[in-house]
Design a protein around this ligand. Structure first.
Ligand code: PLP
Ligand code: COI
Length: 342
């Protein structure tokens, strides 16, 4: 067993910490090279690189966990590989093959095993695969040289205060366009959200609830997570939209809720004017895990969920315990969900 780094695991928040090795593969002359782990965390590129001028960049996020019995595992990396491929196609970028993506994840975790937080600390190793156009481009067109990279960084909770319910606001800004890129993980979607998140934070809110950009009557997602709602009769509802990111956490939770916990689940359009009918609300994603929402501020009018501002609602808690139990090796997960790093 590799000796762990001397890090205060319990008090980590969601910030970048440089680790020892990162994975790089370059695409040039129509093909990917063999790829390698390197030590240099700096990237040198042309001042006119497509990523700098026209934001041709996409990314993924997944985590490595230490299980109860001391193994290191990652959660459903095949779905990140698939989503990156979908992002690539929409952004006119080459696909990095799925088996190579998974192999690169394994190599990156192994090379940084000393940074995988120990079991029970509440921290995890966050992996950030990303790809960008690197050659100079001045007319508006895609690059033809790309880098695919993965770095690793140990993280704690995305929201300060851990499992305390959040207060969020309904944003007047949109994060996606009706026929735009909301359904892929393109850097441009996050650039679009920066002013909105700073505005929300300045007003004292943890996050934004974005509405559908076409009619502004339906719930979409936050800047970095999908929504789950629980009805008063314990049905689990999640918004359906073609401009939100298909969260792997949300899809996994819907399966867990239905097949393991016996809840009725529904993916459908969720209207703003029905929010007051729900009993619980949560944000789900790799970084957010499931973060409970206690209150939504709609231009000064407060929508307060019966679960309150002190703790997670009971159904949210059950989902949280089951999913994290699977990720930490305390509960059996569906076939193929957990990849052990040997
Ligand atoms: N929605 C957005 C906009 C995100 O950035 C993320 C994070 O990846 C998610 C949802 C959650 O997706 P996942 O559960 O696959 O991490
Ligand atoms: C993730 O959950 O992995 C994300 O990419 C969300 C990001 C906003 C931190």
């Amino acid at each position: 067993m590799m000796e762990k780094k001397n890090i205060d695991w319990e008090n980590l928040d969601f910030n970048y910490i440089k680790t020892d090795k990162r994975y790089v593969s370059t695409y040039k002359n129509g093909k990917w090279d063999d790829g390698a782990l390197i030590e240099d965390d700096m990237i040198t590129m042309s001042e006119c690189a497509c990523v700098l001028q026209y934001a041709q960049t996409i990314f993924e996020g997944l985590k490595a966990y230490t299980t109860q019995d001391g193994k290191i595992v990652v959660f459903r990396p095949d779905l990140n590989a698939e989503r990156l491929a979908n992002s690539s196609k929409r952004m006119e970028m080459p696909v990095f093959p799925e088996e190579r993506f998974i192999d690169a994840v394994v190599q990156t975790v192994k090379a940084n095993a000393a940074y995988v937080p120990p079991y029970g600390t509440g921290a995890t190793l966050y992996l950030r695969p990303y790809m960008f156009g690197i050659n100079p481009v001045i007319g508006v067109k895609p690059a033809d040289e790309f880098q695919f990279r993965i770095f690793a960084t140990p993280v704690g909770p995305y929201f300060k205060g851990g499992a305390k319910p959040l207060t969020i606001k309904i944003s007047d800004f949109d994060r996606a366009a009706p026929n735009g890129t909301g359904f892929i993980k393109a850097g441009l979607n996050y650039a679009m959200s920066l002013h909105a998140i700073v505005t929300a934070h300045n007003e004292g809110f943890a996050e934004n609830m974005y509405l559908d950009p076409k009619t502004r009557t339906k719930v979409e997602e936050t800047g970095g997570a999908n929504f789950l709602f629980v009805t008063k009769d314990n049905k689990i509802v999640t918004p359906k939209s073609n401009s939100i990111l298909p969260s792997i956490t949300r899809r996994s939770l819907m399966t867990v809720a239905k097949d393991y916990l016996g809840y009725e689940v529904e993916e459908r359009e969720v209207y703003l004017d029905e929010l007051g009918n729900f009993a619980e609300c949560g944000l789900c994603g790799t970084a957010a895990v499931i973060s409970p929402v206690g209150k939504i501020n709609d231009h000064g009018k407060e929508i307060c969920f019966p679960s309150g501002m002190e703790e997670m609602g009971p159904v949210t808690k059950k989902l949280y315990d089951t999913l994290t139990g699977m990720q930490m090796g305390k509960l059996d997960a569906p076939e193929g969900w957990i990849k052990v790093i040997e």
